[in-house]
Each structure stands twice: as structure tokens, then as C-alpha cells.
Design a binder for this molecule. Structure first.
Ligand SMILES: Cc1cc2nc3c(=O)[nH]c(=O)nc-3n(C[C@H](O)[C@H](O)[C@H](O)COP(=O)(O)O)c2cc1C
Length: 328
């Protein structure tokens, strides 16, 4: 194919930035910013949006940014460019997480098109799933999607182990809800009904009452003493879904960025097959509990995300900041 004109590159870059903005992020904090120079996009961590108490090392911040990086790559592929990515290209600029340049022209394949179609459509689920099963073949495909980005997705099949994960989640949630500072941090990222904010978790994105599943997975307390949340699904949704752990062999900044890319690739593939994810990362924010999960449930690998996968017809709205807020 021909070398792109300046207009063609600008169009592709704009599409990539719009896609990046739709990435999932912890508490919808959207902790990223972008700069464009010629045909290169720089992805930077926005430290002002870090969760200083529950994520002091920035692990979840970098996972979120890794998800944005995967969207950038996918959108450029959809536009017909092979992305040229350098992760942490300059050790003297730790906030610069990656650069992505428009590479060779290439026709997007079917899988790229399928993933790209889910970028804006995908939503985080909170609550129970329907009893419709997630096919084993799809779970196997999700394991491969995560592996292709350098992370490991492990479905937790034994009911007693699922119960352990649920218990750890509840313990972490109980500790955090009694800690004033940690509670305030969650409240900061909870959006009251009617608010015009373009970040944080909206009040209609979680059920008002805890989901009745067995075992029950504790939900983050975004409503905090308010009468927020959507009315519980009556009847249909009672399933926990498939519990899965996303792990990496290392636990450095590159591993966290890789986790984010693996997470987003897995979520988009799942979404293309009608499967949603719910996250319960509370236990991974507490050092001792994370170590316990690592040693007892992950054979020494570093747990990065705890999720449930399942089928729901209850998709909620989502908000993102406009590009003018994100691009220097
Ligand atoms: C690193 C990370 C951790 C997250 N942890 C949780 C969590 O513990 N509980 C939860 O309900 N959602 C969690 N989420 C989901 C975000 O809240 C969600 O992506 C964000 O609110 C945007 O909503 P959307 O994905 O529906 O567009 C997490 C997302 C990421 C990337």
C-alpha cells in the first residue's frame, strides 16, 4: 500500500486516541494522557489520577494504561496500520509508558475487526450473571488471548477455591470499608446521580442491593450510605459466573502494562462472544492478602486481576472524558 498522506495519518491517530479513551480503568479514573508528534502517539501516566492509598505503587494505574495501549494498537490496525510500539522507551521519563507509531500498511484481519467493534460497546458488569453457561471453548480462547499478551488467565474451577476467593474479597472489602482514608478514596471516584463528571463510577453502574449469588462476591461500596444503584434484577440473574485470575510471572512496571493489554484483549474477545466481566480487585490492594493469593492460589505467580465472567443482558451506560482533556 502507499505511504499515507498527512490527512490519512491524522485520521488514523484521531481514531486511535478515541479508542484509547474507552479503555477500562480502576474506578474509571482514566489515569492517562496522550501527546502526538508527527505519526507517533505518546501514552503517559497521569499521576494526579493515581489512587494514593489503595494503589500507592501505581500497579492498577499501569494496568489501566496498558488497556488503553491495547485499544490504541487495535484501532490503528483497524485503520490499516501495523502499530510500532515501544514500551517505556526512555528510562529517564518514567511517566512515558509507551510510544506507538504508524507502521507498515496492512489490511485488518477479522479478529481485529471483531475486537475493535467492542471497544466502545464493552461494559464492566457488577452483580450476578444469568445462569447461561460460558462455553468451555470460549474460556480456553480467552486463556490464549491473555497468553498472547504475556499474561496468564486461570479459570478457578474447584468450588472450594471459588469460595476462598470470595471470602478473601469479602475480608478485604470489610477492612477497607472500616478504613476512613480508603473509603474516602473510593467515594472520590463515585459519581452522584445527575453529576456532569466525565470520569468515576456512575450511580447506575451497580446494583443497589448486593447480588444474591452463591458464593457472594463483595462489591465495592461506591454508594456509601446513599440510596444509589439500580434496582436488583428479579429472578433471572443468580450466577457467580466463571471466576478467573489474571497473573504474570514478574511484578514490575512492564508486567503491569502487559497485564493491561492482556486484560483488554481478553475483555474485548469475551465481549465479541456475548460474555461480560465483573472485577473484584479489593484483596489485591492489601499486601498480605495479595501474597496469600499469590502463594496459595497462583503457584507463586503475581495476581493482577480477579474477575468473574458471565452472561448478562443488563448493560449500563458509561462515561469518558473528551479527547480535549486527554491530549496535549
Ligand atoms: C485495574 C482495574 C481494577 C478494577 N477494579 C474494579 C473493582 O474492584 N470493582 C469494580 O466494580 N470494577 C473494577 N474495575 C472496573 C472499572 O471500574 C471500570 O472499568 C470503569 O468504571 C469503567 O467502566 P466501563 O468498563 O463499564 O466502561 C477495575 C478496572 C481496572 C482496569
Amino acid at each position: 500500500m502507499n505511504t499515507p498522506t498527512a490527512e490519512e495519518s491524522a485520521f488514523a491517530i484521531q481514531a486511535a486516541l478515541e479508542a484509547a479513551a474507552w479503555a477500562p480503568s480502576v474506578h474509571n479514573s482514566q489515569p492517562w494522557s496522550f501527546a502526538v508528534s508527527g505519526d507517533e502517539i505518546s501514552l503517559r501516566a497521569d499521576a494526579d489520577r493515581k489512587l494514593c492509598f489503595s494503589d500507592p505503587g501505581g500497579r492498577q494505574l499501569l494496568i489501566s494504561c496498558g488497556a488503553a495501549l491495547f485499544n490504541l494498537r487495535t484501532a490503528l490496525r483497524l485503520q490499516g496500520y501495523e502499530p510500532v510500539v515501544r514500551v517505556r522507551p526512555d528510562p529517564d521519563r518514567p511517566a512515558l509508558l509507551a510510544t506507538v507509531r504508524l507502521g507498515e500498511r496492512a489490511t485488518p484481519d477479522k479478529h481485529t475487526k471483531a475486537l475493535a467493534a467492542e471497544i466502545e460497546r464493552h461494559r464492566t458488569h457488577r452483580g450476578a450473571f444469568t445462569d447461561l453457561p460460558v462455553p468451555d471453548r470460549l474460556v480456553e480462547a480467552l486463556v490464549q488471548q491473555a497468553a498472547a499478551e504475556g499474561a496468564r488467565l486461570t479459570p478457578v474451577r474447584a468450588p472450594e477455591t471459588v469460595r476462598v476467593v470470595a471470602t478473601l474479597t469479602e475480608a478485604a472489602q470489610n477492612v477497607q470499608s472500616q478504613d476512613r482514608v480508603l473509603s474516602l478514596e473510593v467515594i472520590r471516584w463515585a459519581r452522584p446521580p445527575g453529576s456532569a463528571r466525565k470520569d468515576s463510577v456512575p450511580a447506575d453502574a451497580y446494583p443497589a442491593e448486593p447480588a444474591q449469588t452463591d458464593p457472594q462476591f463483595a462489591q465495592r461500596d461506591y454508594a456509601w450510605r446513599h440510596d444509589w444503584g439500580t434496582p436488583a434484577d428479579r429472578g433471572e440473574a443468580t450466577s457467580t459466573g466463571v471466576v478467573a485470575l489474571l497473573t504474570t510471572t514478574g511484578d514490575g512496571r512492564e508486567d503491569w502494562i502487559a497485564t493491561g493489554q492482556a486484560l483488554q484483549r481478553t475483555l474485548l474477545h469475551a465481549s465479541a462472544h456475548g460474555v461480560s466481566a465483573a472485577f473484584h480487585t479489593q484483596a489485591l490492594e492489601m499486601h498480605h492478602l495479595r501474597e496469600f493469593v499469590r502463594e496459595e492460589l497462583c503457584s507463586g505467580a503475581y495476581p493482577q486481576m480477579i474477575m468473574r465472567l458471565g452472561i448478562t443482558f443488563n448493560a449500563k451506560g458509561a462515561v469518558r472524558r473528551p479527547l480535549s482533556d486527554l491530549v496535549d
